[in-house]
Write a protein that binds this ligand. Structure first.
Ligand SMILES: CC(C)(COP(=O)(O)OP(=O)(O)OC[C@H]1O[C@@H](n2cnc3c(N)ncnc32)[C@H](O)[C@@H]1OP(=O)(O)O)[C@@H](O)C(=O)NCCC(=O)NCCS
Length: 159
């Protein structure tokens, strides 16, 4: 029988499972762009950040995809203020979206996005932004499929 996947709000009990997914997300990015190499204690800093600055914040939302006892995906989002020079005041930032490899292409990423989108709507947010590595072609295709359009490019120079 197929395992039912439930999308629900994350709790502090989910932090260690989310950190494992975050490591997978980072290492996948590192393989195409060395900038994303994790620091030795990066996973600890991330665990602390998600517990204190995201799960405990009214302006942030984290949801997970649970397949039985396993957490197979997560999405972390935050409401960010724009500088007061713009007419638009804020945006919903999707900071991380990840589904573990074995569970991809089963509609879980789309369901996590739908959950976060609903939360943003309830908060009155009408624009969602995501930073996507241009080296991550697969994610670029996913976001395009979800209706997201590019509007900024970050350039860098190593000196
Ligand atoms: C990107 C990611 C979250 C998508 O999650 P997913 O559960 O695999 O995606 P879904 O099954 O929900 O796919 C939703 C739709 O997007 C499409 N899609 C998903 N991945 C795609 C890809 N690589 N290329 C083209 N289309 C893709 C699916 O075909 C599906 O379309 P459909 O509704 O017409 O069938 C997942 O692949 C992932 O975790 N990747 C690694 C981490 C990552 O890159 N995260 C994004 C960082 S910005």
């Amino acid at each position: 029988m197929a395992v039912k996947v439930t999308i629900r709000k994350a709790t502090t009990k989910d932090v260690s499972a989310i950190v494992e997914l975050w490591k997978e997300l980072m290492d996948l990015h590192k393989a195409v762009e060395p900038f994303f190499s994790r620091s030795r204690t990066g996973h600890k800093a991330f665990a602390d950040f998600i517990a204190k600055k995201r799960l405990a914040s009214e302006n942030a939302y984290v949801c997970v995809a649970a397949a039985g006892k396993d957490i197979v995906g997560y999405c972390m989002a935050n409401i960010e203020k724009y500088p007061p020079v713009l007419q638009i005041k804020e945006a919903g930032r999707i900071e991380n979206l990840a589904v573990t490899k074995k569970w991809r292409n089963k509609g879980i990423g789309q369901r996590l996005l739908k959950k976060v989108r609903k939360w943003f709507s309830e908060k009155g947010v009408c624009r969602i932004e995501v930073r996507v590595s241009i080296a991550n072609k697969s994610a670029t295709r996913f976001w395009a499929k979800m209706g997201f359009k590019p509007y900024l490019e970050t350039v860098f120079l190593e000196i």
